[in-house]
Design a protein around this ligand. Structure first.
Ligand code: A4P
Ligand code: MG
Length: 187
């Protein structure tokens, strides 16, 4: 099967997000069959979007993969990584040790509750669009248009980049995860 470029969003706001995100990159690089980690974005600390009030800030990042897995097999593998890192699905948009969403799988579009592509909220979320732009600024989002145009409608409010940009493939030293909360964004 030919290799497909896929983009994965990584989010964590429980049980040491710095370690969770690092472990997730490690699992994407080493534990996924028939796949290769092509790029990793800088990490961003972001205020929670939606979900219960008072949940901790998130650490977010995006990974690019080259994969020979089907989209369904890739999503199942991502969910297995989430489970291995202690993910419990308690409430929608609630705090989590690790969320791995399949943002894009090539230019495939698909509308099915088990797997919707592109990810249905990709185009309206700064915590996804900005790290995606750091590793794939020329990207066209099927059904939505150029990533650059989506960024213009989605200002980077209540988010801070924790890494040096333009070094996406480098494993950067871990920065301490700041503890002061942002004020929560409206749902
Ligand atoms: N599913 C359908 N399409 C996809 C896809 N493209 N990728 C299904 C991944 N999963 C997909 O997901 C719920 C169901 O969506 C799964 O059964 C899967 O088959 P989930 O991961 O169990 O639950 P969730 O993550 O709570 O739901 P959802 O709808 O994916 O949430 P979102 O939209 O990802 O939002 N704020 C900040 N700052 N940073 C965050 O990372 N994340 C969320 C979660 C909310 N607020 C956040 C963040
Ligand atoms: Mg999810």
């Amino acid at each position: 099967m030919p290799l497909v470029r896929a983009y994965i969003s990584i989010g964590s706001n429980l049980n040491n997000p710095v370690d969770q995100v690092e472990q997730a990159f490690h699992a994407l690089a080493n534990n996924l069959p028939a796949s290769q980690l092509a790029a990793r974005s800088p990490r961003y600390r972001t205020a929670p979007a939606g979900g219960p009030t008072g949940q901790p800030d998130y650490l977010n990042a995006v990974a690019a993969l080259e994969t020979a897995l089907t989209a369904d097999a890739l999503l199942a593998a991502l969910q297995a990584i989430e489970t291995a890192q202690g993910r419990v699905r308690a409430e929608r948009w609630g705090p989590r040790t690790l969320d791995l969403d399949l943002l894009l799988y090539g230019s495939i579009t698909r509308n099915d509750p088990w797997l919707t592509l592109p990810h249905p909220r990709l185009h309206q979320r700064a915590f996804v669009l900005y790290p995606l732009n750091d590793i794939a600024p020329e990207l066209m989002i099927p059904g939505q248009g150029p990533l650059a145009a989506l960024l213009k409608n989605c200002p980077p409010l209540n988010m801070t980049c924790l890494d040096i940009k333009n070094e996406p493939a480098t494993i950067t030293p871990l920065n301490p995860f700041p503890v002061e909360p942002f004020s929560n964004l409206p749902p």
